[in-house]
Design a protein around this ligand. Structure first.
Ligand code: SF4
Ligand code: FES
Length: 210
């Protein structure tokens, strides 16, 4: 029997193709119509965003990574009963962690994560807000846990930002890209990320609107 798990397929030259993804919604919960197969813009130039209108085939879009991207590097920040695990290379820079716990997550400090500044449970709540999978954790030296605050399979269309893919929607492409966390990740939809297909926050500098 065919695997009917919702997934997103594409090549470096194509739009995203969402297959069996039943739910896509704006940040305020407004749903978008989804079919069994739905094409989504990743070049940033569609006049029908968040859906594809075919523009990627005429604007020279190629969805590969750039050499100057922030490299994938997993670092660990040990604390009392919890170790925060972070990969700067996949952060989408929405600032969710910074807003939730500015005493723990502060890009103006080095190291930028101070695990001693809050209790374990409060830090866990902040990590569960991380849409990109950059943040995860270990408890008492145990295995790495990558979880998000909600588990429903859906795509959230961030205003002027990425597709936030949640709930274990699979990803298959021709370059063997693998999300840092297969359960939740952020896909670039502005066309400017240096870490395509994943969002790296460049949408803000690029002035992306959509
Ligand atoms: S993607 Fe994660 S690590 Fe990056 S700003 Fe948002 S919550 Fe923080
Ligand atoms: S949507 Fe974030 S870098 Fe493109």
């Amino acid at each position: 029997m065919a695997d009917r798990r919702p997934h997103i397929v594409f090549t470096q030259y194509t739009q995203y193709i969402a297959v069996d993804v039943e739910r896509m919604e704006d940040e305020d919960g407004t749903p978008h119509d989804m079919g069994t197969v739905t094409t989504l813009c990743r070049c940033g130039d569609s006049s029908f965003k968040p859906f594809c209108d075919g523009t990627h085939s005429s604007n020279g879009f190629v969805g590969t990574k750039e050499d100057d991207r922030v490299p994938d590097e997993v670092k660990e920040y040990p604390g009392d009963g919890i170790t925060v695990v972070d990969n700067r290379g996949v952060c989408s820079h929405g600032g969710e962690c910074l807003k939730a716990l500015p005493g723990v997550f502060d890009l103006g400090k080095r190291p930028w994560i101070d695990v001693s500044a809050a209790t374990k449970d409060v830090i866990l709540d902040a990590i569960r807000l991380c849409p990109s999978g950059a943040l995860s954790y270990r408890l008492d030296g145990g295995e790495r846990i990558q979880e998000f605050g909600q588990t429903r399979a859906r795509i959230v269309v961030k205003k002027d930002g990425p597709f936030e893919v949640q709930g274990g929607i699979g990803l298959q492409d021709d370059l063997d890209n693998t999300p840092e966390c297969p359960e939740h990740y952020c896909l670039c939809r502005c066309g400017s990320s240096r870490n395509k297909p994943f969002c790296d926050g460049q949408h803000a500098d690029a002035g992306f609107q959509g």
